[in-house]
Write a protein that binds this ligand. Structure first.
Ligand SMILES: Nc1ncnc2c1ncn2[C@@H]1O[C@H](COP(=O)(O)O)[C@@H](O)[C@H]1OP(=O)(O)O
Ligand SMILES: [Mg+2]
Ligand SMILES: [Mg+2]
Ligand SMILES: [Mg+2]
Length: 358
């Protein structure tokens, strides 16, 4: 009888694929800083997005050829831009998991040539839905954070019949140390120098973990847990840096009503979910800024499972669980409230009061 835990292989491939793609995004960031990637060659985030998406999808294609993929980017722009295509192909070709050949081999496949690069990118165009296995991928989540040297994440999750089963978040600019408190400036000027780069993982029913991002297959995963909120006065809440992504003035009113005294910690990307899951922060609020914007599944699936498996609860502002089974967007949801399970109800109540939802 096999004793392998459910989704062990999916988890391992997802972690290694994210780890490898992060080598590329970090390189692109540093070459931008050196001026090697010039503005004429397109935005560095474009290069990082396409490169990371191609690397991750090539690993999924090789290992799980029958699974559907919902990814943020598509090849269209690269079909007509030969220069950009060959620049990205050059980076993708060179990106390997260092000397960890066994891991590189495990990932398998790879991208064969420039034509295959386009093909691989477009494998991410599935419509998603409630049936079967669907991977969802954001190759660079938090593009604004990536560009300003703040937080960004490589986010990959596996859905089965609409439920998140595996979630992996690579955060190159977050501290490795789960105990490190959230610095007020964590959303800006953080680079992937020593002591930074963490990968958060979760499998349904198996808890959530963290391990250093840079050590392919070598470092052990450590369990992570949300922190107990003993009193709201000392709780910390996270929100977007971008005021267009989340209503910050409503969040401030909610915090005040809850009795939270600390200013919010603003950072880009799903690094917010990872940070509260490891107990560095407590609450993540994302309050709709418009009636028409629909959140994308790749912006939340990995973070949702990691927080829930670390002892949290994640709902929208109406108190409904996030529904990843309706397509490429969270069309049935509005905003996100993530908090330790013990205080989520209290937070939701105040959110609904301030938003006039009750
Ligand atoms: N109006 C909006 N409301 C909420 N999220 C948005 C909005 N516009 C874009 N986003 C998405 O928010 C995510 C980043 O959120 P955060 O502020 O937490 O870092 C990005 O994936 C971004 O999508 P996009 O990739 O198209 O820029
Ligand atoms: Mg995103
Ligand atoms: Mg993105
Ligand atoms: Mg984008």
């Amino acid at each position: 009888m096999s004793t392998t835990a459910p989704y062990a292989r999916e988890l391992e491939i997802a972690q290694l694929a994210v780890q490898r793609a992060a080598i590329l995004t970090k390189r692109v960031f540093h070459e931008k800083a050196k001026g090697t990637v010039s503005k004429d060659d397109a935005s560095p985030v474009t290069i990082g997005d396409f490169g990371a998406q191609a690397l991750i999808i090539s690993a999924l294609r090789a290992n799980f050829p029958h699974d559907a993929i919902v990814a943020e980017e598509e090849a269209a722009q690269l079909r007509s831009d030969e220069k950009l295509r060959s620049l990205i192909w050059g980076l993708v070709k060179e990106t390997k998991l260092g000397d960890a050949h066994a891991e590189e081999e495990l990932l398998g496949g790879g991208v064969k040539d420039e034509a295959d690069l386009l093909e691989v990118l477009d494998l991410g165009r599935s419509e998603g839905g409630r049936v079967g296995r669907v991977w969802t991928l954001d190759p660079i989540d938090g593009t604004k954070g990536f560009l300003r040297g703040g937080q960004y994440a490589l986010a990959l999750a596996l859905l089965e019949d609409g439920d998140v089963k595996v979630g992996v978040l690579g955060c190159p600019n977050l501290p490795v140390d789960d105990e490190a408190p959230l610095a007020a400036d964590i959303g800006a000027n953080q680079t992937d120098d020593e002591g930074r780069g963490v990968i958060f993982s979760s499998v349904i029913g198996q808890g959530a973990t963290s391990r250093p991002l840079g050590t392919a297959g070598l470092a052990e995963s450590k369990p992570i847990q949300m922190k107990e909120v003993k009193e709201m006065a000392s709780a910390s809440f996270c929100e977007s840096v971008e005021s267009g992504h989340s209503n910050q003035s409503e969040a401030a009113q909610i915090a005040q009503k809850l009795g939270i005294t600390k200013p919010s910690v603003r950072m880009d990307s799903q690094a917010k979910y990872g940070s509260i899951a490891r107990g560095a922060g407590d609450i993540y609020l994302r309050l709709p800024t418009s009636k028409t914007y629909q959140e994308k599944i790749w912006d939340h699936a990995a973070g949702d499972l990691i927080v829930r498996e670390a002892g949290g609860q994640v709902t929208d502002t109406k108190g409904r669980r996030l529904d990843f089974g309706v397509g490429r967007t969270l069309a049935e949801n509005s905003g996100v409230i993530a908090a330790p399970a013990a205080v989520h109800g209290q937070v939701l109540e105040v959110v609904q009061e301030v938003l006039g939802l009750k």
